[in-house]
Ligand binder design. Structure first.
Ligand SMILES: NC(=O)c1ccc[n+]([C@@H]2O[C@H](COP(=O)([O-])OP(=O)(O)OC[C@H]3O[C@@H](n4cnc5c(N)ncnc54)[C@H](OP(=O)(O)O)[C@@H]3O)[C@@H](O)[C@H]2O)c1
Length: 119
């Protein structure tokens, strides 16, 4: 995969249109890299970032505490590994489910509740 993938492209497109965007990844270094690159590309919207592992409750909590509201949520975080099926153990399945499914469920639940309160 590219070092800055589909999520980066979506953030850039939104910020280009003037939306304030928050980018997320697991490490400060990669998040800062994305934030700096977006800012340097001359987008109109404000660009901020937060390092948090959204595959864990602590990570989604960190993200939603720092940025409690949003108008648009992009559930982009996703992982996979190329591995023979018989070698994928329960811990692998649980990790994929946490990152690929529950991260989006938890964030959607939080931001949808906030949106309903505001409207
Ligand atoms: N590329 C394709 O052809 C394709 C096709 C179908 C679906 N998709 C889906 O589209 C999404 C984006 O794809 P992509 O190709 O752009 O993938 P990518 O380049 O691997 O980007 C995935 C992003 O998710 C972040 N991420 C991974 N685990 C995370 C976690 N636990 N917490 C926070 N951030 C996390 C990664 O950031 P860090 O590594 O910095 O944490 C990375 O920026 C994925 O969900 C993928 O499954 C892609």
């Amino acid at each position: 995969m590219s070092p800055l993938g589909i999520g980066f492209a979506i953030a850039k497109a939104l910020a280009k249109e003037g939306a304030s965007v928050v980018v997320n990844g697991r490490t400060e270094q990669r998040v800062n890299e994305a934030v700096n690159k977006l800012r340097a590309s001359g987008v109109r919207g404000k660009v901020e970032g937060v390092a948090a592992d959204v595959g864990a409750v602590g990570g989604t909590d960190k993200l939603t505490r720092r940025f409690p509201d949003t108008d648009i949520l992009v559930n982009n975080a996703g992982i996979f590994e190329v591995k023979p099926f018989e070698q994928i153990d329960d811990d692998d399945w649980k990790r994929f489910f946490e990152v690929n499914v529950l991260s989006g469920v938890r964030l959607s639940r939080h931001y949808l509740a906030g949106m309903k309160k505001r409207n």
